[in-house]
Design a protein. Structure first.
Length: 281
């Protein structure tokens, strides 16, 4: 489990204002969708403005769905994209050739509804794997993301690949912290979960998304958290000081009185003095 919060990719960017706001909040990458059928499609003109303004400040990702390789490479070079995301049926050889011809980092995305979708992604030796939700309504599956639906995060545990994981699919400020705790991804990706409308970001939702990923500050040593208002307070009585151990006064041997050691009928003063051998008698 990683201790650092995951990186954040903000997808579905269609204008410079939203792109700049995402970068200011700490986005690692921003995604511009070039799929004709997407309601979040970014125009080439606006993509040029975004790239020119934010070059070297953030990874600039172009999202493609079954586009011809020549068009992908040409558009990437014209704009100066630093990352490519393939969300269609592009195979491993297609992704490898895109890397060889363009040099940009590559994300391969998969729509997930079961274990097979997770395992199939391991065929792709790219820079990142992205897991998104497969829409329950078949008519919405052609959107290739941005449906606001999540998938069973327990399926992430089936991954055996060492390729860094980007988690996507219905992520918002309300669920992203839980999703990260359960899947430990390298990065998270949000589109509809931070929007006011398709292709238009909501500043408050976007800010809340980043705040939800901030780690809680650790309490300072010796500090205690104040109880919440109205919460019961448990008072723990202080431990009573131990009673001092009883000490016995030392017993001093009783010395016999002189009268008790004198021979019967004599007085201590009458005892003859002992004369040393070196003394004259």
């Amino acid at each position: 489990m990683s201790l650092a919060p995951p990186r954040v990719k903000i997808c579905g960017i269609t204008n410079l204002d939203d792109a700049e706001m995402a970068v200011e909040l700490g986005a690692w990458a921003i995604g511009m969708i070039f799929f004709e059928d997407s309601p979040r499609r970014c125009s080439p003109a606006e993509a040029e403005r975004i790239v020119a303004s934010l070059r070297r400040r953030v990874l600039l990702c172009g999202v493609f769905v079954n586009a011809p390789l020549d068009r992908v490479v040409q558009q990437s070079e014209d704009l100066g994209l630093t990352m490519l995301q393939f969300s269609g049926e592009e195979g491993p050889a297609f992704c490898a050739e895109a890397t060889r011809r363009n040099g940009a980092q590559v994300i391969k995305a998969a729509q997930v509804s079961g274990p097979g979708d997770v395992r199939d992604l391991e065929r792709f030796h790219v820079d990142y794997h992205l897991l998104d939700a497969r829409a329950k309504d078949p008519a919405r599956r052609e959107l290739r993301g941005g449906t606001g639906e999540t998938f069973d995060w327990a399926l992430v545990s089936l991954r055996r690949s060492k390729v860094p994981l980007i988690l996507s699919g219905g992520l918002s400020a309300d669920n992203v912290a839980n999703a990260v705790a359960r899947t430990d991804p390298y990065a998270v990706d949000t589109a509809s979960g931070t929007e006011a409308a398709p292709g238009r970001k909501d500043p408050e939702k976007l800010r809340a998304f980043f705040q939800a990923l901030e780690p809680e500050p650790e309490p300072e040593p010796g500090s205690e958290r104040e109880p919440e208002p109205g919460s019961p307070v448990t008072v723990v009585p202080a431990a009573a000081a131990p009673e001092p151990a009883a000490t016995e006064e030392p017993t001093i041997p009783r010395q016999p009185a002189p009268s008790e050691t004198a021979a019967p009928g004599t007085h201590p003063a009458d005892e003859p003095a002992t004369i040393g051998s070196g003394q004259a008698r």
